[in-house]
Design a protein. Sequence first.
Length: 508
Amino acid sequence: MRTYENPIIPGFYPDPSICRVGSDYYLVNSSFEFFPGVPLWHSRDLFHWEQIGHVLTRDSQLPLQNCRTSGGIFAPTIRYRDGRFYMITTNVSNGGNFFVWTDDIRGAWSEPIYVDQPGIDPSLFWDDDGTVYYTGTHSDAQGNPGIGLFPLDLETGKRLGETKIIWYGTGGKCPEGPHLYKINGWYYLMIAEGGTEYGHMETIARSRSVWGPYESCPHNPIVTHRNAHRTVDFHAVGHGDLVEAADGKWWMVCHAIRPSIFMLHHTGRETILLPVEWDENGWPVVNDGRYITAQMQVEGEGDVRVPRSWRDDFASPEPEPRWAYLRNPDRSRYAFGNGLTLRGGTDTLDEIGAPTFLGVRQQQFELRYETRMQLSGVASAAAGMTIFHTNEHHYELLAHPAENGLSVQLRRRVVDMQTISEPVFFADTDTLVLRIEAERTKYTFLAGPDATHLRVIGTGSTQLLSTECMNCTFTGCFAGLFAEGDCTAHFAYFQTEDARPNTQRLDA
Ligand code: 6LW
């Protein structure tokens, strides 16, 4: 037997969609107001994933200027057909539903081709006769939400027929995240229902015609944790996509949340992997009907651990794919190669703007983040390291240039509350080591002249950076570097270390 860890892609990587080309798997996630858009992953075995880049890498593909928190890019779908990859998604803040394509999965993607269809969660399906169909959310004339279908011209993005609702789901709210599959002569339509919170579920129906009528699976929902006890590893399981592996086995990727404490989560909706069997009546059974766990046992050899520690010295002229900007960046304020240099601008982390910010998604509860920063500029400017969820929910360890040294404080913003700690002055230096110790329910912020002489500057609760404390966010916490105002900050490295006690490390 093989043990693998869920999430297979931890951190704020929601709404996964997957496709297989030979023995290569590709997976994409939604990305909202963060740039580049639609993280793109590759695997050869469904368990080990490498981010190979993003799909939307140009401002012309991804206009996010001033988009609201949790605006921008909603759920994507990735599909492959006749040598070409397609990714279809929604920019809810600018333009709506569109798709892009590429013939080189590690190269650039096309300009957006917009589709004249409201709603979200678009997907593409090729029928045996070559007709391409668009499915997505759609409401009927009475406003009842369901899943709409229409034929699509992939050259132009033009619709080739009216949208017809083919299924309303099983009665859960927000029928969404549809994907169509043709398996053994049946058209299967799998969707998410119940909303992406604790009532989330996956349901499926099938028909002999793509236009329906669709018959609901007798054991729907095929996966949900809506009735699970609060102590289970995952909640809000849903928004799935099916894939047949090269060996003929079936799997589902979907997203789930890991509460830090009851009903609160701060690491976003994360991608998990679920084994799927087909029963004697041709209906899918997910993980034998059992709840999904953090340690999954399946057939196979070799246990799989998700990496937790890494270091980036910013040696290359471009940021590694794990890094994200907030909305479209002013690239003149970033310099990579031999460390990272940030120049502050007028936007701060408090606004719906494009502050000088570069972050990585927080992927585990217990991590140690560290950097070394050299700072110069005016006393009113600031730079440092932040735990950022939205412009109203962020904590930062910030340094101000001061007369003959640096003054360090912990600034915490939670909606209308803002606290700033007493300044700690470090004399005769323009360089500090900054560290954030992340634990399940708190962050500890430290600074000092070197990694062996750090002082605690302050602490902050993870609870107040949790999604449930916000007005609808689909995102999660980042650990990031930032600069505000007239200053230049040079970061020699950014390091993430597994901070679990040895007793909890399966690979220790
Ligand atoms: C996604 C949709 C959803 O497009 O949230 O709540 C949207 N469900 O499926 C953003 O993740």
